[in-house]
Structures are given as structure tokens and as C-alpha cells.
Design a protein around this ligand. Structure first.
Ligand SMILES: [Zn+2]
Length: 69
């Protein structure tokens, strides 16, 4: 990674603070993706928006992790 990306971005900080209370959800500002880790199998999941990521996580939990349980 180039050093230019090391400069802290106020908007990124704002995003981080805004969603800091949502457990396990991280926003990658420069990649413009959200990521989280599956609490059951520790698989890393990511999505373009928070909403989509939560859907992906729910789908993963139901269909891939817990076998439809
Ligand atoms: Zn899982």
C-alpha cells in the first residue's frame, strides 16, 4: 500500500465512530466495503453495504454454518 493512504480521513473516522456500537461490523473506507466475522465458524464475510452484509451474514448463518437450522 502507498503511504498516501496512511493519512487519517475525517469521514472514515466518522463512519467508524457511528458504527462502533454495532458489534463486529467494520467499514473499510478505502475498499468501500463492510466486513464482519462469523461468530460461529470465524469466516470473514464482506459486502458493499451494511444492509447487504447483514443479509449475507444471515444467509451464511442459516444455510452454510448451521445447515438450515
Ligand atoms: Zn459461519
Amino acid at each position: 500500500m502507498l503511504s498516501v493512504y496512511e493519512i487519517p480521513d475525517p469521514f472514515a473516522n466518522f463512519i467508524e465512530r457511528k458504527y462502533a456500537n454495532i458489534k463486529g461490523l467494520k467499514y473499510h473506507f478505502f475498499d468501500k466495503i463492510w466486513s464482519t466475522t462469523c461468530g460461529t465458524c470465524s469466516l470473514e464475510l464482506d459486502g458493499p453495504t451494511k444492509k447487504i452484509l447483514l443479509k449475507i451474514k444471515l444467509y451464511h448463518s442459516r444455510n452454510e454454518c448451521l445447515n438450515g437450522y
